[in-house]
Design a protein around this ligand. Structure first.
Ligand code: HEC
Length: 154
């Protein structure tokens, strides 16, 4: 029993250390987004909308930001037709190739090639809550996973 506890404790330490490394890598990837996007308590809309709390957030809801609209295949047109949420799957697809997900969207970004970069930048973004305060990204990701796994399959 005591051995099990020790092993469990070691596993926990191991996973936090890994997450910390991934967060640092995610921050580096975010350097590519920073020209257009802001995060943190004082974040402002730039060329792109504020990304605080974006993991688990519905598409296109930042107040005061003008999303692509009024045309088929734009961000607002897609989410008006069917309400969409930025979960790990949609973010992964969008960040890999923005035009595949939102063909007439205004995000002029070629996309991230490496799966690892995509995973790490999503983890990095998950640590900012809606007000831009830092929280445990794993909690946001696991809450999101639970809510999406409860949705009926279509
Ligand atoms: C050249 C500027 C630019 C760069 C670089 C850029 N974006 Fe964007 N991003 C935008 C614009 C503009 C939009 C609004 C898209 C629309 O309305 O169609 C957007 C939208 C988004 C959205 C949807 C937000 C919402 O509220 O629905 C996410 C998520 C996002 N970007 C993530 C990223 C990430 C992560 C990176 C870096 C890997 C990145 N973007 C790089 C300009 C950029």
């Amino acid at each position: 029993m005591r051995l099990l506890i020790v092993i469990f404790a070691l596993l926990c330490v191991g996973s936090t250390a890994a997450a910390a490394g991934e967060l640092v890598d995610g921050q580096k990837v975010f350097a590519k987004c920073k020209a257009c996007h802001d995060v943190g308590p004082t974040a402002k809309n730039k060329v792109g909308p504020i990304l605080n709390g974006v993991v688990g957030r519905p598409w296109g809801v930042v107040v005061g930001y003008k999303y692509s609209a009024n045309k088929e295949g734009t961000l607002l047109a897609i989410t008006e037709a069917e309400p969409m949420t930025w979960d790990v799957e949609t973010l992964t697809n969008y960040l890999r190739k923005p035009k595949d997900v939102i063909p007439k969207g205004t995000m002029s970004f070629a996309g991230l090639k490496k799966d690892e970069d995509i995973e790490n930048v999503i983890l990095y973004l998950a640590q900012f809550d809606a007000d831009g305060n830092e929280v445990d990204p794993e909690e946001i990701l696991s809450a999101l996973e639970e809510s999406t796994s409860q949705e009926p399959a279509d």
